[in-house]
Design a protein around this ligand. Structure first.
Ligand code: AKG
Length: 335
């Protein structure tokens, strides 16, 4: 079955003022109607270069109140991020379509990995204005290079260098989140499966859209994983829901955006919040983003950490295997 890529639809729609009906969101989702214009949401920006006591406090506060924050002075060199972006952009824009299709996610496959376009429509039959590529970047036994682009030739090295540097940042986030709960520094990472955590790279490719007022890139959701660490390009598009409105999240060059996901909300027994977010698209420019989802292994059991539970604080979430959580979420079943 041939799948129509959004990139192809976008080039056909370039000279028009319309988009196919399945990309036009309902009025309660359309960005032009639901975005609070003129206000750019100042999600907390945390400088990791500052003294560490302060950083724990800031991360804890941001994870409790926003579920999202940006980090600067995170230790990943700008060139490493630039290279990651360059090879991802080349894969989408320079590599011929037939070659991209060679690493496409196979319809019906259980694995999320591969190049693709969301196949199942949403409940209301709508689709997001975005193509993507998913592949695991860590740990080595979890990697399937079949889904990594062979071109550009430096794709693999750029992703490996980035993934290696990302460990330090991820561990720092987990330590701060643990300390913010009054726990030992390794408590949160251990509760997620420690060194078994899987780093799942996604590249989102949002081509220009003639009607950005009507369409969405990625539809509103919270991330199922633990945390997500995301590199955006310079085109504005990420929005966060707060106090009944959608706000744009300001682009800061070379900052990393950290999302609190569902598993951190669960193991903190609701102290930390997973962030509800979505993306908009741009009329003239291509937006891209590189989220890495830090996922527990499928059989890892996750529930509220025992030290956080007592008579006054009963568990707010069930303890279950990550794969069972994912199944319920994807099939819109109660958890
Ligand atoms: O592109 C972004 O900024 C966010 C992407 C996202 O939320 C996702 O891929 O799940």
């Amino acid at each position: 079955m041939e799948v129509e890529r959004v990139q192809a639809i976008a080039s056909l729609s370039k000279s028009q003022d319309t988009i196919p009906a399945e990309y036009i969101r309902s009025e309660n989702e359309q960005p032009a109607i639901t975005t609070l214009h003129g206000v750019v949401l100042e999600v907390p920006v945390i400088d990791l270069g500052a003294g560490s006591g302060d950083v724990v406090e800031q991360i804890t506060e941001a994870a409790k109140t926003w579920g999202i924050f940006q980090i600067v002075n995170h230790g990943i060199p700008d060139e490493v991020i630039a290279k990651l972006q360059q090879v991802g952009k080349e894969f989408f824009e320079v590599v011929p379509q037939e070659e991209k299709e060679l690493i496409a996610k196979l319809p019906g496959s259980d694995s999320i990995e591969g190049y693709g376009t969301r196949l199942q429509k949403e409940v209301d039959g709508k689709k997001g204005w975005v193509d993507h590529l998913f592949h695991r970047v860590w740990p080595p036994p979890a990697i399937n290079y079949r889904f990594w682009p062979k071109n550009p030739p430096s794709y693999r090295e750029a992703n490996e260098v980035y993934a290696n540097k990302l460990h330090g940042v991820a561990d720092k986030m987990f330590e701060c989140l643990s300390e913010g709960l009054g726990l030992e520094p390794n408590a949160v990472k251990d509760a997620l499966g420690g060194e078994d955590l899987i780093y799942l790279m996604k590249i989102n490719y949002y081509p220009p859209c003639p009607r950005p007022d009507l369409a969405l890139g990625v539809v509103a959701h919270t991330d199922m994983s633990s945390i997500t660490i995301l590199v955006p390009n310079e085109v504005q598009g990420l929005q966060v829901f707060k106090d009944d409105y959608w706000y744009d999240v300001k682009y800061i060059p070379n900052a990393l955006i950290v999302h609190i996901g569902d598993q951190i909300e669960i193991l903190s027994n609701g102290i930390y919040k997973s962030v509800y977010h979505r993306t908009t698209v741009n009329k003239e420019k291509t937006r891209m983003s590189w989220p890495v989802f830090l996922e527990p292994t499928p059989d890892q059991e996750i529930g509220p950490i025992l030290e956080l539970i007592n008579e006054a604080n009963p568990p707010k979430f069930k303890t279950k295997k990550y794969k069972d959580y994912v199944y319920c979420k994807l099939n819109k079943l109660p958890q």
